[in-house]
Design a protein around this ligand. Structure first.
Ligand code: GTP
Ligand code: SPV
Ligand code: MN
Length: 601
């Protein structure tokens, strides 16, 4: 054993011993989360070939990892929710019988850590002093997971201290699924290459998480999507709060008034970018509280308070440039782990649309020699940086406030090349919940499978809701009974991704999204001008501040138009999706849909 087991928690110790018997690791390491431990793990991974140390002058304290080509994104079809009944998991989840799945897991995990070190990773989601902080213990055979979890969560001895002798924790089992035979030489990125043998399994009733076969992102960093969304959403339903796939930002107006906004966009649809955006509108300032997950509850004053349970960004690399997201570039300037990007000859990293010239030659994400004209992309479309949130130059002073921050507005969005306008305000909370439930997007590289296909992704939670989504819709609707209606945030639907007939984005996006945020603040204040349409309240042509923006009036008109024929198709598609939920669909939502249809004529 390396690393001391510094806990008096007998139940935890007994569980770890049981898992040692099951997994048969060669060594056990209890993680303390210290800088020294982190450095020794990084050194170990440089030696084993998992990590390339980047140029200390150009990218201090940073490393590059290249994954196995089969292990580059979340695997939704191998993600399971093992609630008591299939109905509890709902039609949008893969359900499996808990006892049967446990049997499969015990078979998979038997001896799975042979020749490897078992790391015991204590972590907390949320500030340790937050009333909704949740503690997990991830057992993993991946040192890559340890160093990523140290950035993404509050990890180490402080968490064991907080647990004390009998605190509650969520057990999270993880293995890359690649046991080593005696004398067998390890590979740089061990995993189970057969997709049918990967399992990302949730037992919401225990609760517990078992993940097998993948070492990548949300499949392996179990605090993130598995705990803070799938398990947390089931806990939140019971306890009366919400666990959401949302960024949280602070917005300060030139008059120095501060607003907090949360936004749910599906994976790779712009959360990180919006969360730390540099407004092009003079005098406006954005500060970041979170870029992926928000835990939201009703505060003492009746307003909804949002808190980020994470401590780092696992951000999409391609497209991140000084122009699109300068603050993300600063956040990953040091102490960052890059996965599946290009290694440059001077020991730095590069990716497509980074805004700097490509190196004349480099090593691509598959470890092959690469030149800009070789016909292949150098970085994988779902390549990522893992960077400490505290390194974001516009991190909000309240980002670790255990109470969270009060929300003025909630936004939904997605990649929609047609139909959906730039911004649309809900008439009221129920209409807002309808908007969330009708969310859809072209799919992206964040999950394995075809990209660019339109799919319904209600609340951007399709892959992340741990229970029946119809009940989840009902939970959202129930917030009108939990507080004063007037204290609920206003709800908006945005679309930065409208395209013209020739396939170009109609809206410049990124920092110019501040123009939409400004209008939202004006609406919150009651001053912003809007026209009531069949689909919601849309800015009047003069209401959106487009000063200094070079946009053709015809394009702007198209961005704010209500495409009646398109919306009729939209309503039909939402209805098809609703049909999956049968009688469980809340009546308020079928009424919203009927209302929309009536207004469309
Ligand atoms: P996950 O981490 O997967 O949940 O993704 P995310 O929602 O945080 O998405 P992110 O901000 O990383 O953006 C994903 C991709 O969308 C990047 O390639 C961005 O460059 C691009 N993107 C983000 N915002 C905009 C925008 O306003 N306009 C356009 N055209 N592209 C954008
Ligand atoms: C997403 O896919 O929404 C992500 C990346 O944020 S992962 O952590 O892999 O889930
Ligand atoms: Mn995400």
């Amino acid at each position: 054993m390396t690393g001391t087991c510094n806990t008096k928690h007998q139940k935890l110790i007994a569980w770890v011993e049981e898992m040692v018997k099951l997994c048969q690791p060669a060594r056990i390491h209890w993680c303390d989360g210290s800088a020294a431990e982190n450095q020794s793990l990084c050194d170990l991974m440089v030696k084993s070939g998992t990590f390339v140390k980047l140029n200390e002058k150009l990218r201090p304290g940073s490393y590059l990892a290249r994954s196995h080509p089969s292990d580059v994104a979340r695997v939704e079809d191998r993600t399971f929710i093992c609630s008591k009944t299939k109905d509890e998991a709902g039609p949008a989840n893969n359900w499996a019988d808990a006892a049967e799945m446990k049997k499969i897991m015990l078979e998979r995990f038997a001896g799975c850590m042979a020749g490897r070190t078992m790391y015991v990773i204590p972590f907390a989601m949320g500030p340790l002093d937050s009333p909704i902080c949740k503690i997990g213990i991830e057992i993993s055979d991946s040192p890559y997971v340890v160093v990523n979890m140290r950035i993404m969560t509050r990890m180490g001895q402080t968490v064991l201290d907080k647990l004390g002798a009998d605190g509650k924790y969520i057990p999270c089992m993880h293995s890359v699924g690649a046991p080593l035979k005696p004398g067998q030489v390890d590979v740089a990125w061990p995993c189970e290459p057969d997709p049918q043998k990967k399992y990302i399994v949730h037992f919401p009733d225990e609760p517990a998480i078992w993940s097998y076969g993948s070492g990548y992102g949300g499949n392996a960093l179990l605090g993130k999507k598995c705990l803070a969304l799938r398990i947390a959403s089931t806990v939140a339903k019971k306890e009366g709060w919400m666990a959401e796939h949302m960024l949280i930002l602070g917005l300060t107006s030139p008059a120095n008034k501060k607003y907090y906004v949360a936004a749910a966009f599906p994976s790779a649809c712009g959360k990180t970018n919006l969360a730390m955006m540099k407004p092009t509108l003079p005098g406006w300032k954005v500060t970041t509280l979170g870029d992926d997950i928000a835990w939201i509850r009703v505060g003492k004053d009746g307003h909804l308070y949002a808190m980020n349970p994470e401590t780092g960004f696992f951000g999409v690399a391609p497209g991140t440039s000084a122009k699109s997201n300068p603050h993300a570039l600063t956040a990953c300037a040091k102490n960052t782990i890059f996965t599946n990007v290009v290694l440059t000859p001077d020991g730095d990293v590069w990716w497509e649309d980074m805004g700097v010239p490509a190196p004349a030659k480099g090593i691509d994400w598959e470890g092959k020699d690469w030149t800009p004209d070789c016909g292949r992309k150098g970085a994988h479309a779902n390549s990522r940086f893992t960077a400490p949130a505290a390194q974001c130059p516009v991190i909000d002073p309240d980002w670790q406030n255990p109470e969270g921050v009060p929300l003025s507005a909630i936004m939904f969005g997605g990649r929609r090349p047609s139909t959906i306008p730039l911004v649309n305000e809900a008439f009221d909370w129920e209409h807002g919940v309808f908007m969330g439930s009708a969310c859809g997007s072209e799919t992206t590289a964040a999950a394995l499978g075809a990209a660019g296909v339109l799919r319904r992704d209600p609340f951007a939670m399709l892959p992340f809701c741990g229970y029946n989504m119809a009940d989840y819709f009902g939970h959202w609707l129930s917030f009108v009974n939990k507080t004063d209606r007037s204290k609920l945030p206003k709800v908006y639907f945005v679309n930065w991704f409208r395209k013209s007939a020739d396939g170009k984005f109609l809206w410049p996006g990124y920092g110019d999204n501040s123009r939409v945020l400004k209008w939202i603040c004006e609406r919150v204040e009651g001053t912003g001008k809007a026209q009531k349409t069949a689909i919601g309240n849309i800015p009047t042509p003069d209401a959106l501040d487009v000063s200094g923006l070079n946009i053709a009036p015809a394009d702007l008109a198209q961005l704010l138009a209500v495409d009646i024929a398109g919306w009729k198709n939209e309503a039909a598609d939402v209805e098809t999706n609703y049909a999956k939920f049968g009688k469980a669909l809340p009546k308020a939502l079928s009424e919203q849909l009927a209302g929309l249809r009536k207004r469309l004529g």
